[in-house]
Design a protein. Structure first.
Length: 216
């Protein structure tokens, strides 16, 4: 009788939660698609989810702090690290270099954190190529999740960009041209989310991540 009661108590206990797999989440979107709003909300709500800290060769601005906003380094050091294959992705923008160090992401994941990278389509292509050189069991490769966020239409994207009222026509045209090129590559991503309604898009984005973390 006592044994049966013990078995009943064991059966009543809730199953322990599955371990959360550390993820490297790369998110791309054209300017105006709502990527920053969605990602910032995720970071605020989900535990152990944080942005990756990128490296740059530009000088700090305002109250920017090394190791918090960016890792600031000299161009010579940056190029040496590129030469030795230490970056998952890197690019030159307006005479300065930007990039994501493999070790930065890996260390965070080894501590049990999920890392989110706000990267353009070219950068994500570099990351995919870098991951293919790693063992399939490597944490970066196992935890890789790529997501593309699109506007409901190109016309809606243009409406949003013009609705900001902060950019000159030349800037808007450049953003639209870049957006078209990026949207043409959305099919390269495993997950594609259309931000027509912010709440719906957020729920879908959150569902994708919680499923990948093993929490759904």
């Amino acid at each position: 009788m006592e044994k049966e009661r013990k078995n009943e108590l064991i059966a009543e206990r809730p199953a322990p939660p599955r371990p959360s797999r550390p993820l490297m989440i790369v998110v791309s979107a054209p300017s105006g698609a709502g990527k920053s709003t969605l990602c910032n909300r995720l970071v605020d709500e989900l535990p152990k989810l944080a942005y990756s800290v990128s490296c740059t060769t530009r000088a700090p601005r305002g109250d920017e702090t090394d190791g918090v906003h960016y890792y600031f380094m000299e161009k010579k050091e940056f190029k040496e690290r590129v030469k030795h294959g230490e970056f998952l992705e890197h690019a030159k923008v307006h005479d300065n270099f930007y990039g994501t160090l493999e070790d930065t992401v890996l260390y965070a994941m080894e501590e049990g954190h999920h890392v989110i990278l706000d990267i353009d389509v070219q950068g994500v292509a570099q990351i995919r190529a870098a991951l293919l050189r790693l063992d399939p069991r490597h944490p970066l490769r196992r935890g890789f999740i790529d997501i593309f966020i699109s506007p409901p239409s190109f016309e809606e994207l243009e409406r949003r960009l013009r609705g900001r009222g902060t950019d000159e026509e030349q800037v808007i045209q450049k953003r639209l041209a870049n957006a078209q090129q990026e949207m043409d590559r959305a099919s390269e991503y495993t997950h594609q989310i259309v931000n027509d309604d912010l709440e719906t898009a957020y729920d879908e984005l959150k569902r994708v991540l919680l499923t990948a973390m093993g929490l759904m």
